[in-house]
Every structure is written in structure tokens, then in C-alpha cells.
Ligand binder design. Structure first.
Ligand SMILES: Nc1ncnc2c1ncn2[C@@H]1O[C@H](COP(=O)(O)OP(=O)(O)OP(=O)(O)O)[C@@H](O)[C@H]1O
Ligand SMILES: [Mg+2]
Length: 236
């Protein structure tokens, strides 16, 4: 990384820098190797799935140089063009479906749910860039080998729990939008299959160190509200 590289964004455990006109550098803050995510990005791209092209790995894998994708995040696009909410929700479900049809490459971390597909596990509207040529999925750090419905359930939980900033009126309106988006996403997904793994996905998220205390309390209430036989309660 050169000192002139411009910081574009800071995520939970990585920073993104602009390195040249068409390339960005994703650098892990703890020096963790990003080689596994570069491999999975290459793998899904070869299968025709839209992920940024990997250009290079630097510093023992702690830096991943990839194609810079221009465009708003899907989450931003929904806020700017709320009348397209249902179209975006359906598109997110289609991205899940097409990713779920790709067999995982050898060596990809198994989730332990007996699945053999590539799962992203963070495939939500703020990890999809709406480029002029179509959607591109970023942020492959949690990718694993698993069942497609586990990925759908992960997105369900992430959207349902996302914290909404703003005035009470703004957050009430955003909550309505979030509910409509989630319903539409699930309508176009295998909701029933996802419902069966919902409890397991919520439990895994409860132990995620990145989850806030407020989110954890919400998740615990949600998990407790799920009947073991029918796990399709939409939320607490
Ligand atoms: N290939 C790319 N092209 C253009 N912008 C990108 C690219 N990859 C990431 N970004 C920008 O950097 C931001 C953070 O990227 P990413 O989601 O991969 O990181 P993260 O550390 O996992 O972040 P978070 O924890 O917030 O999800 C994205 O929201 C996007 O704005
Ligand atoms: Mg992200």
C-alpha cells in the first residue's frame, strides 16, 4: 500500500483503498490472509456469478487488489428509488438462487450443514453494488460451503435485525420499507426451507462478536419465539 492510496471505506475488519483508476485494495486490519476470499471470488466468477475480478494478493495475502466497481450499493439505490423496492428484493433473491447453484470449490470452509454450494452469508443489500452492467456482489469474507437456504436465512436475520437510524418518523418509515423488502425477498426465495434453519442461523449470529448488545437481545427473543416444529415466525 502506498501512502497516497485514498481510503474509500472502513468496514468491520478491513479497509478499502483506491489504488488506481480501476482498482481497489481491501486490506485486513489484523493481517489475516484474504487468500480464501480471493479464491472463492475467482471460483464464482468462473461459474458466471458477478463478483469483482481479483487482480493481485499482496503482503502475504493481507492485501487483496480487485476490480473497482462503480455504482450505488443496492441499499442506497432502494432509498433513492423506493418505487423499485420490489424489483431489488427480487434481484437479491435471484442472486441467492444463482449463487446457491454453484458447487463449492475444494477446500472452502464447510459450515457443517451438509450443504455443498457456495454460500456468502452476508449477501444483503449493502454488499451488492448496482453497476451499470448489472449487480456485483462484494465482501466475500464469510463465504463457506453450505446449503443455499442457510444463506437465505442469514440474509433474513441480517435484514430483520438491521438497526435503523434517524428521527422516530424516519425510522418508522424505514422499518415499513425494510418489512416490505424482506417479505418480497422471502416471497421469491425458498422461505420454508430457510425457516427450518432459521433457529440455527440465529444461534450462530448470537455468538458473533460483531453483533451489538441490542441486536443480541433481539436475536435471543426471536430464537425463543420460534416453535421447534414450525420455525416460520417472522420476528418477535
Ligand atoms: N470492488 C469494489 N469496488 C468499489 N467499491 C468497493 C469494492 N469493494 C468494496 N467497496 C466499498 O467498500 C465498502 C466496504 O467493503 P466491504 O463490504 O467489502 O468491507 P467490509 O469490511 O466487510 O465492510 P462491512 O463490515 O461494512 O460490511 C463497500 O460498501 C463499498 O462501498
Ligand atoms: Mg460489506
Amino acid at each position: 500500500m502506498r501512502t497516497a492510496d485514498r481510503l474509500l471505506a472502513s468496514g468491520r475488519d478491513a479497509d478499502i483503498y483506491e489504488v488506481s483508476a480501476g482498482l481497489v485494495l481491501r486490506r485486513s486490519r489484523d493481517g489475516r490472509s484474504l487468500a480464501p476470499e480471493a479464491e472463492v471470488m475467482d471460483h464464482v466468477r468462473r461459474a458466471g456469478f458477478p463478483a469483482p475480478r481479483v487482480d493481485d494478493l499482496q503482503d502475504d495475502g493481507a492485501g487483496l487488489v480487485m476490480e473497482r466497481v462503480d455504482g450505488p450499493l443496492m441499499g442506497e439505490a432502494v432509498l433513492r428509488q423506493p418505487w423499485r423496492l420490489f424489483e431489488f428484493a427480487r434481484l437479491l433473491a435471484e442472486l441467492h438462487r444463482s449463487l446457491g447453484s454453484i458447487p463449492a470449490p475444494a477446500g472452502l470452509r464447510p459450515l457443517g450443514d451438509d450443504g455443498d454450494s457456495v454460500v456468502h452469508l452476508d449477501l444483503h443489500p449493502y454488499n451488492v453494488i448496482m453497476a451499470s452492467h448489472g449487480p456485483v456482489v462484494i465482501d466475500w469474507s464469510s463465504a463457506a460451503r453450505g446449503r443455499p437456504e442457510t444463506d437465505v436465512a442469514a440474509t433474513w436475520v441480517i435484514i430483520q435485525c438491521s438497526e435503523i437510524p434517524g428521527s422516530p418518523m424516519q425510522s418508522a418509515l424505514s422499518r415499513l420499507g425494510r418489512t416490505a423488502f424482506l417479505r418480497s425477498f422471502l416471497r421469491h426465495s425458498a422461505k420454508e426451507a430457510a425457516g427450518h434453519v432459521l433457529r440455527a442461523v440465529i444461534s450462530a449470529r448470537i455468538s458473533d462478536p460483531h453483533v451489538t448488545d441490542r441486536e443480541r437481545r433481539y436475536l435471543v427473543r426471536w430464537a425463543l419465539s420460534l416453535e421447534p416444529s414450525s420455525q416460520l415466525s417472522s420476528a418477535p
